[in-house]
Write a protein that binds this ligand. Structure first.
Ligand code: PLP
Length: 361
């Protein structure tokens, strides 16, 4: 019964019919005036979503492509950076750095715990020579359902003065407040299959003036993900390579829907659904994997003690056509995760909780 499948995973998320229909068209030429008009509207709305006047560039890539672009355009081999690691995606940042010879010093926390802002403060204060070129963190750590305190960590980065702040907002953008200009976030990466209410396939990177300065001297090899090319083309409302045209149609519609709903309402919906899910899980007697203070508004991670997490997922899938996410890496079999990200209605949360209650009986 896959057409009835309810996706309650932290991406890909359900996609509104309006967005799906927008895609179901013949492509148009990407060097046409019609395409440029669509791109201009999209870019304006992406800036609205990011709360920024910075460039927001669109890549035919998943979120990881946006992350990789966020490293290779602004850093050089041997550069020293701090990477926050408290889950799979923080680890991935460090792996991308390792792959390119960027010297990544990991600031770690247990999976399920938030990164400690004090550790960043202490390390940055010790860097009197200003060797640290960037602080790289994951805002919403999807693998553990944790939101990191980006605002405070970023304040320590600003006090350092030199380092760029590079952020993965893949499961926070469009779910909670990420005021790029107000906080002065230099490089912000995201992907279409999350808060954007779209299918996978597009990556987004916003880039500050300070990051563009670093771009001028950054020496890592880049070609397809050279953001300078995207910036140059975007100035003419076009793209350097053939874009994922039908995904642009979808993005145009998705952003219009988001604008109609309004940022505050979108954030309030995610926070409300997170609180509702957590209260229901507690009422069902299942242990939550994170505390209220650090829980991501997009994902609720549950660590059942008396019942097998995979067994719960399997029954939810087979009996109720509801897909929940499992644990990743060492948390496999230990936790399951409920995604309430993007196009999720309160009714969906109620259905998932009712099904979970029946599953546990
Ligand atoms: N970062 C975070 C926080 C994510 O949740 C994900 C995917 O779930 C990624 C990065 C990687 O994105 P993708 O799978 O689109 O490459």
């Amino acid at each position: 019964m896959d057409d009835k499948l309810m996706l309650m995973i932290p991406g890909p998320t359900p996609v509104p019919e309006k967005v799906l229909s927008a895609m179901a068209k013949h492509p148009i030429g990407h060097r046409s005036g019609d395409f440029s008009k669509i791109q201009a509207e999209i870019v304006e709305n992406l800036k609205w979503l990011h709360q920024t006047q910075n460039d927001v560039l669109i890549l035919a890539a998943s979120g990881t492509g946006a992350m990789e672009a966020g490293i290779i355009n602004f850093l050089s081999a041997g550069d020293r950076v701090l990477v926050g690691c408290n889950g799979k995606f923080g680890d991935r940042w460090a792996e991308v750095c390792d792959a390119y010879g960027v010297n990544a010093e990991r600031i770690t926390a247990e999976w399920g715990q938030p990164l400690g802002p004090e550790q960043f403060r202490e390390r940055l204060e010790r860097d009197r020579e200003k060797q640290i070129k960037a602080v790289i963190i994951t805002h919403s750590e999807t693998s553990a359902g944790v939101i990191n305190d980006l605002e405070t960590i970023n304040r320590h980065v600003k006090a350092h003065g030199e380092a760029l702040i590079i952020v993965d907002t893949v499961t926070s953008l469009g779910a909670t407040n990420v005021p790029v200009d107000e906080w002065g976030l230099d490089v912000v990466g995201s992907g279409s299959q999350k808060g954007y209410m779209m299918p996978p396939g597009l990556g987004f990177v916003s880039v500050s003036a300070k990051a563009w300065e670093a771009y001028k001297t950054a020496k890592l090899p880049r070609y397809y993900l050279d953001l300078g090319k995207y910036r140059k083309s975007a100035a003419k409302d076009t793209t350097p390579f053939t874009p994922a045209i039908n995904l642009f149609f979808a993005l145009q519609t998705a952003l219009q829907m988001m604008k109609a709903e309004g940022l505050e309402t979108i954030f309030a919906r995610h926070h409300r659904q997170s609180r509702a899910t957590r209260s229901a899980i507690a009422a069902l007697g299942l242990p939550l994997f994170t505390t209220d203070e650090c829980s991501s508004p997009a994902i609720t991670a549950v660590a059942p003690d008396r019942v097998d997490a995979e067994q719960i997922r399997s029954v939810m899938r087979k009996r109720f056509d509801i897909a929940l996410a499992g644990g990743q890496d060492h948390l496999k079999g230990k936790i399951f995760r409920i995604g309430h990200l993007g196009f999720v209605a309160d009714r969906d949360i109620l259905s998932a909780i009712a099904a979970l209650e029946a599953t546990l009986q």
